[in-house]
Design a protein around this ligand. Structure first.
Ligand code: 5AD
Ligand code: SF4
Length: 446
């Protein structure tokens, strides 16, 4: 009988990708996915540690799982294996093992290739989790089984992991480890498999994806721009995207890629975090506000229809009203199509957590609200600017509303349209007839 696997994923797209690869690696052990947690023989929670109270949320989730696990055992005599994966597992592995002894396996993001072996080591008579939070030197991507299962019309492909930047607020360099770039041949092989499985759009993933510098097909070190040019040659690949990028890693070949590769979509997520030079310095970003604005200008020179998105942190230690005003006027100057914004949250082990001058919660909340109002207005304006336009939409899935399908514009906008209008994986021209805060409505262009 097939065993049932339920994976609950928190956090970034990297985790979404990792969850899919973990599911692949568990298939040979007889596990197939189920959306039903109560029904599962194994539950994996793939955790995120980037912001507030991450560990506490994991412990309360584990409390719930313990009850389900015990009830199953009592009622049916069947165990439910509990696996904690992701960045909280990496950062708090020992604490989880101590406080939640009903957890069977704790596995960090660099050790997923060992998951089947770790499952094999579970000893039901011991109340001791099997833990693997090592950072191996080998390429985990090569050691994970290849993904034969279809991933849909738009798929993720991890090309780079880890971060050497050490922004003073961020846990990623500690949980995901040092920067690592997969070699081009293994990326291209995976891209081919995804395309064969039905993907027409690939989003290349990495914590600092444009810092990718891996072994090229010619044995030399390539930069990220060069990798994009190589991927653009794959037949059947109609759209390319990448995320998340860092201003310090913009380079010539990447500007050229935006200018010359038609498949590279005109949308870029380029976080800046703050518009104040003083705060950027304290954040250890190692670029100024002007550096960032120059990059944006240059990108818009080569690709005038480029839409931008970013990440912002408000209430970083010592952020004054003037610093915050600089962030608002940077946003006004860039004019974003969308953005993510967060209240600064001190993360254990990061330098900024110990800075003097931590900002009051009420001030953080007020700043977040005014920043989000500005971004919302920009997003509305951007969406409205597409009214009446005809654009290519990738048909991705049935929409939650009956009789409709959902897809994406070149600028990452969700577009809803009549279900008869195209098959999953088609790219169809649609006329935009409605513009909302978070989506567009389209109909077949006549
Ligand atoms: N507090 C608030 N936001 C954070 N981010 C990362 N670390 C923190 C933190 N300690 C945000 C940054 C980053 C995004 C993924 O999460 O904006 O770009
Ligand atoms: Fe974190 Fe900065 Fe690295 Fe991004 S660049 S993952 S924010 S340390």
């Amino acid at each position: 009988m097939q065993k049932k696997l339920h994976i609950k994923t928190y956090g970034c797209q990297m985790n979404v990708y990792d969850s899919a690869r973990m599911a692949d690696s568990l298939a040979p052990l007889g596990y197939g996915a189920t959306p039903q947690l109560d029904d599962a023989d194994m539950v994996v929670i793939n955790t995120c540690h980037i912001r507030e109270k991450a560990a506490e949320k994991v412990f309360s989730e584990l409390g719930r799982l313990r009850k389900i696990k015990n009830a199953r055992m009592e009622e049916h005599g069947r165990d439910m294996v509990i696996v904690v994966a992701g960045c909280v597992a990496q950062a708090e592995g020992e604490e989880i093992a101590r406080r939640a002894p009903w957890v069977d396996v704790i596995v960090g993001p660099q050790a997923y290739q060992n998951l089947p072996a770790l499952i094999g080591k579970i000893d039901p008579s011991s109340r001791q989790a099997v833990v693997d939070t090592e950072f191996p030197v080998a390429d985990k991507f090569d050691l994970l089984p290849t993904n034969e299962s279809p991933r849909g019309a738009a798929a993720f492909l991890s090309v780079q992991e880890g971060c050497d930047k050490f922004c003073s607020f961020c846990v990623v360099p500690y949980t995901r480890g040092a920067e690592f770039s997969r070699p081009a041949d293994s990326i291209i092989a995976e891209a081919r498999r995804l395309i064969k499985g039905g993907a027409v759009e690939l989003t290349l993933l990495g914590q600092n994806v444009n810092a990718w510098h891996g072994e090229g097909l010619d044995g030399r070190v390539w930069d990220f721009g060069r990798l994009l040019f190589a991927l653009a040659e794959l037949s059947g690949l109609k759209r390319l995207r990448y995320t998340t990028s860092h201003p310090l890693d913009m380079h010539e070949a990447l500007y050229q890629a935006h200018a010359e590769i038609p498949q590279l979509m005109p949308y870029l997520h380029l976080p800046v975090q703050s518009g104040s030079d003083r705060i950027l310095k304290a954040m250890n970003r190692r670029h100024s506000r002007d550096d960032y604005l120059r990059i944006i200008d240059r990108l818009r020179d080569v690709r005038p229809d480029l839409a931008l998105s970013g990440d912002f942190i408000v209430g970083f230690p010592n952020e004054s009203d003037g610093d915050f005003a600089d962030t608002l006027n940077l946003i006004a100057r860039v004019d974003y199509a969308s953005a993510y914004s967060f209240k600064y949250s001190p993360r254990p082990g990061t330098p900024a957590a110990n800075h003097d001058g931590q900002i009051d919660e009420a001030v953080k909340s007020a700043r977040l609200t005014s920043l989000q109002q500005l971004i919302s207005a920009q997003q509305q304006k951007f969406n409205h600017s597409k009214l009446g336009a005809v654009m290519d939409v990738l048909v991705e899935r049935p929409a939650s509303k009956a009789g409709q399908k959902a897809g994406r514009s070149p600028w990452m906008q969700a577009v809803h349209f009549h279900a008869a209008s195209g098959e999953i994986g088609d790219i169809i021209p649609l006329k935009i007839v409605g513009a909302h805060q978070n989506s567009l409505a389209g109909c077949v262009a006549s």
